[in-house]
Design a protein around this ligand. Structure first.
Ligand code: BES
Ligand code: ZN
Ligand code: ZN
Length: 428
């Protein structure tokens, strides 16, 4: 007979939920966690879950419990109370890990759900500073004239009235002996941080798509939140996050189709459609990362193309890399972390679409009609990574949820946080 455990003596229990956990797989435990979390969302209630036992189960179930309970809005009535989430287990290490992951997911969602009249690039830089200070991470922010070499970031971000674009660099180095730092694997994560994407003068169409574009900084948010969690988890890996922050506004100082810009490192790029702004800011970050660090792994994460969503919808991110072994490892990590990725091909036959009559490249792939927007965007980025071991994650689909379902609220999901944390920890 299965015994329902009794709460600690003296504690009062108002309600017991009997939750089906299907085949007890991590995926089923996540679904159960999200359902339980939703039951206490917005309420000052303590909920104790007895569903998970092993460390993997605790991580999967606990993170989804937290996500189900997540809520954020600017409503002025009093529905924003915070529940207390408890996992009944003796695996205290797994609970600590889960708390760090849940905190990072909340951080990413909070940033993504913040309206764009508040979260301009300066605001994002201030938030990054707060997190860096709280977690003991090194941070450096570039603005204005300091961005002279960042031609992509400037071309996009100068469309917006002050404050202009920001380049935010945050570094995590594990505590302990400094002399061993050189021997650690170094990961650089470049995140797309477009605080709002109107499309610029090639205005986004259809207009209904625009309201979702406050989440166009979800890649940068995931990178920042991941570094915060790493400071808690202390894996033996060095990680640098580069947040490429700009607003893609419609204004008199916006870039024009037919402009030619010079990216970080000197590559010239002809501007075709100013709504293809993400790859311009990422290209600067990738070239900077290669030149300054030549890292062991160079990863970018971005809500880059609607095409990725057309191909895979919202349950998978599109992953591009030439390293098949790494791709296999990442697909497995995605499956286990609950944030799945699908290995997509870098199709060299489509390279000619990036040709330009007036510059090294055109950024939109307008020289061909391959109907492969996500692949062509990835091919564009590849021009800036040199011989790095590079991975591109197009998270346009899973970064956002159109409705309140499962572990998601409508809007930002925090996708990338669990995946990146699990992958980086696996390198340690
Ligand atoms: N931020 C968008 C991509 C996007 C679309 C993210 C939908 C999330 C949901 C990106 O900057 C963009 O506008 N891409 C265009 C490229 C096109 C103009 C070649 C796209 O995907 O439509
Ligand atoms: Zn765009
Ligand atoms: Zn965009």
């Amino acid at each position: 007979m299965y015994e329902i455990p009794v709460a600690a003596e003296g504690a009062s229990v108002d309600r017991i939920y009997l939750v089906g956990v299907g085949d007890s797989s991590l995926s089923a435990l996540r679904t159960a966690g999200a359902a339980l979390g939703k039951k206490v969302r917005g309420k000052a209630i303590e909920i104790v879950s007895l569903c998970a036992n092993t460390p993997d189960e605790i991580k999967a179930h606990g993170a989804s419990l937290a996500l189900g309970a997540y809520q954020r809005n600017l409503k002025t009535d009093k529905t924003n109370e915070v529940p207390q989430l408890v996992l009944a287990t003796t695996e205290s290490g797994a609970v600590t890990t889960t708390s760090a992951i849940a905190e990072a997911l909340y951080t990413a969602r909070d940033l993504i759900l913040t309206p764009s009249n508040i979260k301009n690039p300066l605001w994002l830089a201030e938030e990054a500073k707060k997190i860096a200070e709280a977690k003991g991470l090194a941070i450096n922010i570039l603005a204005g004239k300091e961005l002279a070499r960042f031609g992509g970031l400037r071309a996009v971000g100068n469309s917006s009235p002050q404050p202009g674009p920001r380049f935010i660099e945050i570094t995590y180095t594990p505590k302990g002996k400094a002399k061993s730092a050189a021997a650690l694997p170094h990961v650089v994560i470049v995140g797309k941080g477009i605080t709002f994407d109107t499309g610029g003068v090639s205005l986004k169409r259809p207009y209904e798509f625009m309201t979702a574009m406050k989440s166009d900084m979800a890649g940068a948010a995931a990178a920042l939140a991941t570094l915060g969690a790493l400071a808690d988890l202390q894996p033996k890996v060095k990680v640098t996050a580069l947040m490429m922050c700009a607003e893609n506004a419609l204004s008199g100082t916006a870039q024009r189709p037919s402009d030619v810009i010079t990216q970080y490192g000197g590559t010239t790029v002809e501007i075709i459609n100013t709504d293809c702004e993400g790859r311009l800011v990422l290209a600067d970050g990738l070239a900077y990362a290669k030149e300054k660090y030549d890292p062991d792994y160079l990863v970018d994460i971005a809500t880059l193309t609607g095409s990725a969503t057309l191909g895979l919808s919202r349950q998978y991110a599109a992953l591009y890399t030439r390293d098949d072994t790494l791709a296999k490892e990442m697909v497995a990590i995605g499956e286990k972390s609950g944030e799945r990725v699908w290995h997509m091909p870098l199709v060299d036959d489509y390279q000619d679409s990036l040709a330009s009559d007036v510059a090294d490249l055109n950024h939109a792939g307008d020289k061909g009609d391959y109907s492969a927007g996500s692949v062509v965007a990835a091919l564009f980025l590849e021009h800036f990574v040199g011989d790095s071991r590079w991975v591109h994650l197009d998270i346009a689909g899973p970064a956002r949820s159109e409705n309140d379902s499962g572990e998601n609220v409508k809007g930002g999901t925090g996708f990338g946080v669990r995946f990146l944390i699990d992958w980086i920890v696996s390198l340690s």
